[in-house]
Write a new protein. Structure first.
Length: 309
């Protein structure tokens, strides 16, 4: 890592995410609609960049699911926008997949304060990353995902290096080729999105790419863990009126049962959607459904197969 301002400046100059685009030097003089069209055109290139990394992403997801199946956690770490995106993805898992808040964790350099206000110098500290992981009680069953648009952020790189030394699975997500982050990780994902509309503003295309990849990591991992049945979120936690209505609709879509039967099954299953579906499709009571789901490791399709076999 650079030890002086001049070294850092020289390093940033080599990153495609920091590149200056002369053709956009007078963008501020364009009509707003023209700028919006330019930005929209830039954004359309992001999914293509992600697509080029799909084999690497899929391998990382399979490895993550295997660790989580034996009790490991999924831990995101990053600074600034990258850290905020990790925290966002982690926070969405409990209501969507009924995970315990400790199963998917987002850490941002500088702590919770950095979610809304920059914490100066936090991203430059490898030691802070090690301290944050140590406070979580990192184990070899955990998966650590370092996220950094540049691929050089010391907090993210330090986290991945420490986690790998502890035997944890490591993933490095960056938006530049040949990054230090990808080199440090077992699975290096480099989604090269190119120069930004505003020079160096990596909350734009790079941030969008990171969001797309984190969506894949969490969602596909949960699919592999049996948190869905087909494309239905059967582990959804009905914590508000909207999600209660969604729970009923999911049971209806999975079973085709009448409203009265759905209400009775959900009541007997204490609101657990997966259990209610199994009760209806396998014609079993709530305790039996719970036992069969436990035996199948929480996989509804496996529990149904065991019932009909």
């Amino acid at each position: 890592m650079p030890t002086s301002y001049s070294e850092l400046r020289a390093q940033l100059a080599t990153l495609t995410t920091e590149a200056f685009r002369p053709e956009l030097a007078e963008i501020d003089r364009l009509p707003t609609l023209d700028i919006a069209r330019l930005m929209n055109g830039e954004d359309r290139s992001v999914p293509e960049a992600v697509a080029r990394q799909l084999p690497v992403i899929a391998a990382a997801i399979d490895a993550t699911a295997a660790r989580m199946a034996r009790g490991g956690r999924l831990i995101y770490l990053g600074a600034g926008t990258a850290g905020r995106l990790g925290v966002l993805d982690a926070s969405e898992c409990p209501p969507t997949f009924n995970t315990d808040p400790s199963q998917v964790v987002g850490l941002i350099a500088g702590g919770p304060t950095a979610m809304v206000r920059a914490v100066e110098g936090a991203e430059d500290s490898r030691e802070l990353a090690v301290a944050d992981l140590t406070a979580l009680g990192l184990t070899a069953d955990d998966t650590v995902v370092g996220v950094s648009a540049s691929g050089r952020t010391p907090y993210a790189v330090g986290a991945v290096e420490h986690a790998r030394a502890q035997g944890a699975l490591t993933i490095g997500l960056s938006c530049n080729e040949d990054s230090a982050l990808a080199a440090a990780a077992e699975h290096g994902i480099e989604v090269v999105t190119g120069p930004e509309l505003l020079t160096g503003s990596t909350r734009l295309k790079a941030g969008t790419a990171q969001k797309l990849v984190l969506n894949m990591i969490s969602t596909l991992t949960m699919i592999r863990l049996g948190k869905t049945y087909g494309n239905l979120m059967v582990d959804v936690r009905a914590s508000n009126d909207k999600l209660q209505a969604r729970s009923r609709r999911i049971v209806a879509l999975a079973t085709g049962a009448p409203d009265e039967q759905i209400e009775a099954a959900l009541a007997a299953a204490d609101g657990e959607v997966k259990n209610a579906i199994l009760m209806i499709l396998a014609d079993v009571d709530a305790p039996t459904a719970a036992e069969r789901l436990k035996a199948s490791g929480g996989h509804l399709r496996g529990a149904l197969h065991a019932t009909t076999a």
